[in-house]
Design a protein around this ligand. Structure first.
Ligand SMILES: Nc1ncnc2c1ncn2[C@@H]1O[C@H](COP(=O)(O)OP(=O)(O)OP(=O)(O)O)[C@@H](O)[C@H]1O
Ligand SMILES: [Mg+2]
Length: 241
């Protein structure tokens, strides 16, 4: 079966979430036994006399277990981490592209979509595929919060400091509880029914934005809607121009 371009892109988003979930689950499972290995190797070290030739091997076990712990921690910090392919990227183009292939998606079909994309927006330095994943996740979340009816507003502009661009994704959906405004970026935080959401979408967005030296924040008024704001640094090439 040949997938449409849109379904291929959505599948890529789901794949990223699935990889993230698998990596986190494995990391969680490994964390406890690793803690045990470290603890017992410490106990052994204390029990074995200083001049015992076996100390060297115990030290090696300890060192290697530490190394594993660092790897597991990196996995826990973020399920996956691809090597970004960095080049100058025009965010307006990514947004237009994403809207283009999502607008006939059942969730967006009846939404009113307003775009205010600054035509003079400078390019940023980044990985186009990863930044596309951020836009897709934010737009899908916004659409899900409106359950098919409402206004999705996308805005881009150069920040007043002229060193960053600002991307805003607003919806007129259900809104977010004040006490959840930070938690929404935590891996596995979801208010969606079991099986409907992984709770990884925004944590992946957060990871990608941070990887690009940017920030992502959420504001919301319960029952009125939410706004996600992303800042990304302008590409050096554009500043020198
Ligand atoms: N635009 C929004 N409006 C209201 N709530 C939102 C919005 N975006 C995110 N949220 C809240 O943040 C939670 C986490 O979002 P995230 O994208 O990480 O996971 P998810 O959407 O629940 O699952 P998945 O992305 O895997 O489908 C959501 O369950 C929802 O409660
Ligand atoms: Mg989501």
């Amino acid at each position: 079966m040949k997938l449409s371009k849109r379904d291929e892109k959505l599948l890529a988003v789901e794949r990223l979430k699935a990889t993230g979930r698998l990596a986190s689950e494995i990391a969680h499972e490994l964390n406890t036994p690793l803690g045990g290995i470290l603890m017992y190797s410490h106990i052994l070290l204390e029990e074995v006399p200083e001049n015992d030739s076996r100390r060297e091997n115990i030290l090696k076990i300890n060192k290697l277990a530490h190394r594993c712990k660092i790897i597991v921690q990196a996995l826990l910090n973020f399920g996956h981490r691809e090597i970004p392919q960095t080049r100058p990227v025009q965010i307006n183009r990514i947004l237009r592209n994403v809207i283009g292939f999502l607008e006939d998606h059942i969730l967006l079909r009846n939404l009113s979509i307003e775009t205010y994309l600054d035509p003079a927006l400078p390019r940023i330095s980044g990985d186009e595929n990863l930044l596309e994943q951020v836009c897709i996740n934010l737009i899908i979340n916004a659409a899900q919060s409106m359950e098919g009816i409402g206004t999705l507003t996308l805005r881009t502009e150069l920040a007043p400091d002229t060193k960053r661009i600002r991307i805003e994704c607003s919806d007129t959906g259900c809104g977010i509880d004040d006490n959840h405004l930070d938690t929404v970026f935590d891996p596995f935080f979801t208010t969606k029914e079991k099986g409907k959401g992984t709770g990884l979408g925004l944590s992946i967005c957060h990871g990608i934005v941070e990887m690009h030296g940017g920030t992502i924040t959420a504001e919301s008024v319960k029952t009125k809607g939410s706004t996600f704001t992303v800042f990304l640094p302008v590409a050096h090439e554009e500043i020198d121009d």
